[in-house]
Write a protein that binds this ligand. Structure first.
Ligand code: NAP
Length: 255
């Protein structure tokens, strides 16, 4: 018997998990992407793209495609899809496991200011003009307009459209993983004196945090929303073990 798993993705961890699980002949995997990125990174398993149409749509997809397990491996800040996953799992009875990488933790030398949301983070930059490196994702830049006195260097994977109304901003396209020395060079060459980003966790985007530390630059960090539902697993390895536990015994799968 094949055990069918839908992975809600859009993260490095979702891709890694799919790569680990695809080696298993008893599993059929589908990875779901929201479709936000114009040229998504190739995935190691079949992909479906685009929203499901809310909880109803996701529940219908799970039932209609014979899914046995739903894995939410979306970004820690992707709140809506995680809430939908929990509700759709409750409605259909299809089990849900959540993979959520750990948040970054402050270490000696970090000059962090933590903020509850992006608006509060922008306010925390203060009144005097600064030169701010922004890595928030291109869809959440509107609050920057409340503080037009700053210069912003805004990095995103895809172009920001429409651009926020800012008198003094540069836009930079790049995709991680980023490395420490490059991030130091970027901050120095643009005379950046503050970094504004989300506490996304993980390795791929951490270099801006270590670069800010090396240069003694403050980081205004948007805190994560609380996790929804059951306690999330923090690593791909833990998720692989959890999937093993959920699988029916080998004899029932005809092995
Ligand atoms: P969101 O606000 O939680 O979700 C908005 C809507 O997008 C959902 O209601 C759903 O539409 C659709 N959606 C989201 N993730 C989906 C997925 N994996 N497969 C199919 N549909 C999905 O999410 P978001 O913050 O816009 O993030 C979108 C995607 O980008 C996520 O997959 C996430 O992992 C990834 N991402 C997000 C961030 C971030 O900072 N938020 C950063 C990096 C990557 P329907 O209601 O129509 O089903």
């Amino acid at each position: 018997m094949t055990f069918r798993i839908l992975i809600l993705g859009g993260t490095t961890e979702a891709r890694e998990l799919a790569g680990r699980l695809r080696e298993r002949p008893d599993l059929a995997l589908i990875l779901s992407l929201a479709g936000r990125t114009a040229n998504p990174v190739p995935q190691p398993v079949p992909v479906r793209t685009g929203g499901f149409g809310g909880v109803d749509g996701l529940a219908a997809y799970l039932s209609g495609n014979g899914i046995d397990l739903l894995i939410d491996a979306t970004h820690p800040f992707a709140e809506r899809i995680s809430a939908h996953a929990l509700a759709a799992s409750g409605r259909t009875g299809i089990p849900l496991l959540t993979l959520r990488r750990d948040a970054w933790q402050r270490v000696a030398g970090d000059r962090w200011v933590e903020a509850g949301d992006i608006a509060a983070a922008v306010a925390a930059l203060g009144k005097p003009p600064r030169r701010v490196f922004v890595a928030l994702g291109r869809q959440e830049l509107r609050p920057l307009e409340t503080a037009p006195q700053h210069f912003y260097l805004i990095r995103s994977v895809d172009p920001v459209e429409p651009r926020p109304a800012l008198p003094n901003a540069d836009f930079l396209l790049d995709r991680g993983p980023f490395v420490h020395d490059d991030e130091v060079a970027l901050l120095e060459s643009n005379r950046i004196d503050a970094v504004l980003c989300k506490n996304s966790g993980g390795d791929a985007a951490y270099a801006k945090i270590s670069a800010a530390r090396a240069l003694a630059i403050p980081v205004v960090l948007v805190d994560r929303p609380p996790a929804i539902g059951s306690v999330p697993l923090g690593t791909v390895a833990e998720m692989v073990m959890a999937v093993d536990h959920l699988l029916p015994p080998a004899e029932k799968r005809g092995e």
